[in-house]
Design a protein around this ligand. Structure first.
Ligand code: RB5
Length: 153
């Protein structure tokens, strides 16, 4: 089976980890689509969260890996897009469960929070784990069903 293209994006804080993740993605036989940033010059994390989300939604990539200092800001930006489920993961367990239960399509990592070996383990778990479907499918479908104040009242 053809392996999906994996997009990678990071701000300056996530840049070193993004480079390591790109190397790992290629070593695992996937095609990496590197959306930047490409050096340690200060940039704004939302630009890269948006770029990764758009690559997944328009089909240039099947999944994405995004990195900033904490993984928080870049995942918040990506998660503004309906259909994007960016999971901020801290280890292989959260990465595995983000796929199994939440059908996450973007792995978010905090380069200043986790070590590179833990990040590698999380990446492998994320890429290796299929969505569990079944009882989780309806819950995932509800994520994009935003309830407005008017609808609730
Ligand atoms: C950059 O200094 C830092 O704020 C950013 O990488 C990220 O951690 C934001 O959530």
């Amino acid at each position: 089976m053809t392996k999906p293209v994996i997009a990678l994006a990071a701000d300056h804080a996530g840049f070193p980890l993004k480079e390591i993740m790109a190397e790992e993605v290629r070593a695992l036989g996937y095609t990496a689509l590197d959306l930047g940033t490409h050096d340690a010059t200060s940039v704004d994390y939302p630009d890269f969260g948006h770029a990764a989300a758009e690559a997944v939604l328009d089909g240039r990539a099947g999944m994405a890996v995004i990195c900033c200092g904490t993984g928080l800001g870049i995942s918040m930006a990506a998660n503004k897009y309906p259909g994007i489920r960016a999971a901020l993961c801290h280890d292989a367990t959260t990465a595995r469960l983000s796929r199994e239960h939440n059908d996450a399509n973007i792995l978010a990592l905090g380069a200043r929070v986790i070590g590179t070996e833990v990040a590698r383990d999380a990446l492998r778990a994320f890429l290796d784990t299929p969505f569990g479907g079944d009882r989780h499918a309806g819950r995932v479908a509800k994520i994009d069903q935003i309830r407005t104040k008017e609808a609730v009242l």
